[in-house]
Structure formats: structure tokens, C-alpha cells
Design a protein around this ligand. Structure first.
Ligand code: URA
Length: 213
């Protein structure tokens, strides 16, 4: 499993504003959107393309276009929905699948309540959108679903990650896992607290994006 902590001054600037307890929902949403587009640029670095010729007004040029089958983007409900537009800006032709997982606040174990994924992902690059990689339980489950359907690569885009979550994913998807596995994040934080929240983190990403239910 490869981890990329994006190192860029604009990412650091936006992440700092996102963490701020005084940042209100509309600004939080647009910062998330912008951050995801920046992270998506790194996350799609190895996406499969095929050679193509294009006719310019002057001559023929060699170029590239997204290879088929086209990638699949999977926002994890609910908070991952806040990341979809930022990702679609870079990969507008990708298909979108959905997985809904809810975390039991006592046991911190995530259970699946919705799955809308193609049955066959053979040859497809897949991108999971989940803002907070905390215990890693959700991402392990979603990566497992995609791998069992034959995905050609598994990449997660997270705003923040905790060392505990990264360790879990790296144990579940070791270096000899048959397909490439990558986590791209804007920041690697110190730890989880006893409630499974990332510290210093940014709080509950779903609540900050969409309000408390
Ligand atoms: N989910 C969140 O929204 N925030 C955390 O810190 C951990 C999990």
C-alpha cells in the first residue's frame, strides 16, 4: 500500500481553513471541493490512458485519452458525497458507484447499509472518496468490495488520515496485494481519540459538510 501525503502550500492553506472550528458549512464545502480537485490530480497520476492521434489546425499530434474501461469513482455516504464534484471536475467521464456505511459510535465498527456498484470491475481503476481515514474499517470494507469485483487498482482520496487507519489498510492490503493500492491525503494527523475521531482533525466531516442530523 502506497501513501501519499500531498505536500503543497495551497493544500496546506486550504486544509488549515478547513480545520478551523469557525469555518462555516458553505465555506467548508467549497474548500473540500477545491482540496479534492488538488488531491485528485495526484491520485490520478497512474490512471490508464491509451495513445491517440489528434489533428491540430497544422498537423497531426500524438496524444492520450482515458483508456476503457473507464474509471469508477465511489463516494462513501454520507460525507464522501461532499467530495464528488471536486473529483468529477478532473474525471468527468468516470462512472459513479455508491457505498453507504454507518459507524456504531460505541464499537466504532462500520456496517454497510447501501451498495450500488457494478458487479464486474475487471480492468477498472477505482477511486474511493472518504474524507476521514480514521480506524480504517470503512475503507478496508470498501476496498474489499472493489477488489472482489476485480478492480485493477484501488485508490482512496481522504482529506485527513490517522496513523491507525493507514496501518490497518497497509496490513489488509500488503505490498504483495495483486493490484496497486494507494491512499492520497492532504494531511497525516497525530492519532485517534477514544471516540475514534482524528486529532487534531477537523471534527465530524459529515456534520460540517451537511449539518448535524
Ligand atoms: N469521521 C469524521 O467525520 N471525523 C473523524 O475525525 C473521524 C471519523
Amino acid at each position: 500500500m502506497h501513501t501519499l501525503v500531498a505536500d503543497h502550500p495551497l493544500i496546506a492553506h486550504k486544509l488549515t481553513a478547513l480545520r478551523d472550528v469557525h469555518t462555516e458549512t458553505p465555506v467548508f464545502r467549497s474548500l473540500t471541493d477545491e482540496l479534492v480537485t488538488l488531491l485528485a490530480y495526484e491520485a490520478t497520476r497512474d490512471v490508464k490512458v491509451e495513445p491517440v492521434q489528434v489533428h491540430t489546425p497544422l498537423a497531426t499530434a500524438e496524444g492520450a485519452k482515458l483508456a476503457r474501461p473507464i474509471p469508477l469513482v465511489v463516494p462513501v455516504l454520507r460525507a464522501g458525497i461532499g467530495m464528488l464534484d471536486g473529483m468529477a471536475r478532473l474525471l468527468p467521464k468516470a462512472d459513479v458507484g455508491f457505498v453507504g456505511l454507518a459507524r456504531d459510535e460505541e464499537t466504532l465498527v462500520a456496517s454497510t447499509y447501501a451498495t450500488r456498484l457494478p458487479a464486474d470491475l475487471t480492468g477498472r481503476d477505482t477511486f474511493v472518496l472518504d474524507p476521514m481515514l480514521a480506524t480504517g474499517g470503512t475503507l478496508e470494507t470498501v476496498f474489499g468490495m472493489l477488489a472482489s469485483r476485480g478492480a485493477a487498482s484501488l485508490t482512496a482520496i481522504c482529506l485527513l488520515a490517522a496513523p491507525e487507519g493507514l496501518a490497518r489498510i497497509s496490513e489488509a492490503f500488503p505490498d504483495d496485494f495483486p493490484v496497486p493500492v494507494k491512499v492520497v491525503t492532504a494531511g497525516l494527523d497525530e492519532r485517534l481519540n477514544e471516540r475514534g475521531y482524528i486529532v487534531p482533525g477537523l471534527g465530524d466531516a459529515g456534520d460540517r459538510l451537511f449539518g448535524e442530523i
